[in-house]
Design a binder for this molecule. Structure first.
Ligand code: SAH
Length: 210
């Protein structure tokens, strides 16, 4: 086990066996540009080009623990970037589950898809990569048991709420806090916030210029 993963466990960010296994199997070094491979095992965000970053491992651990993924679930990953979170989640939901990964920057869509398929998940159709704007979710494959958003929003979009199953959970950055949302009934949402995170902003509806 890497020192990074060990530290995340010791510090209490990584807790569940399923997620610890996924972090061990889906190496972050497979999701960073070549020049940053030697830093992949460090607890910092790293550039993936086009002004974007692969999220900090501590943040990913916290978001995915909150999401409480289970085998067989259908997951929407908005802002899939390097593909790391999509592959981690695909590992946890297993071959009965699926992940829809949405990314708006074409080059990162290609980069992420290639990285995710190092583990065979695209070929196996466990992960579907979508190039486009995820600011309204992805209605085509809704509803989802879990939704993860990796770029920060101003508020929780109604479309995301609608695209969640009852009993479903989502985690997303709102400004620099992390919002945890549980859909308890059609119009009944439980929300909890955790402060102190930094994310790149979610860009709405504008074409990606790189
Ligand atoms: N989960 C990713 C995080 C990458 S950073 C990882 O660990 O690598 C957030 C990503 O969100 C960026 O790649 C950015 O291009 C993307 N993004 C921002 N706004 C978006 C939008 N409206 N739709 C889809 N992706 C978006």
């Amino acid at each position: 086990m890497s020192r990074l993963i060990n530290n995340l466990i010791t510090q209490g960010y990584l807790k569940s066996d399923a997620l610890i296994d996924a972090f061990n199997r889906i190496g972050r070094e497979e999701f960073v540009p070549e020049e940053f491979v030697s830093e992949a095992d460090t607890n910092i965000p790293l550039p993936i080009g086009y002004g974007q970053t692969i999220s900090q491992p501590l943040t990913v651990a916290m978001m995915l623990e909150l999401l409480d993924l289970r085998p067989g679930q259908k997951v929407l990953d908005i802002g899939s970037g390097s593909g790391w979170t999509s592959a981690l989640m695909a590992e946890v939901v297993g071959d009965e589950g699926s992940v829809v990964a949405v990314e708006r920057i074409p080059e990162l869509y290609d980069f992420g898809k290639k990285n995710i398929d190092k583990f065979g998940f695209v070929s196996l159709k466990r992960v579907k990569c979508v190039l486009g704007d995820g600011s309204q979710g992805y209605a085509k494959d809704a509803p989802y048991d879990r939704i993860l958003v990796s770029a920060s929003l101003e508020e929780i979009p109604d479309t995301y709420k609608e695209q969640l199953t009852i009993g479903g959970k989502m985690v997303m950055p709102i400004y620099n806090s992390l919002a945890y949302v549980e859909k308890r009934g059609k119009d009944d949402f439980y929300v909890e916030r955790f402060a102190g995170f930094i994310f790149v902003p979610l860009i709405e509806n504008s074409p990606a210029t790189t």
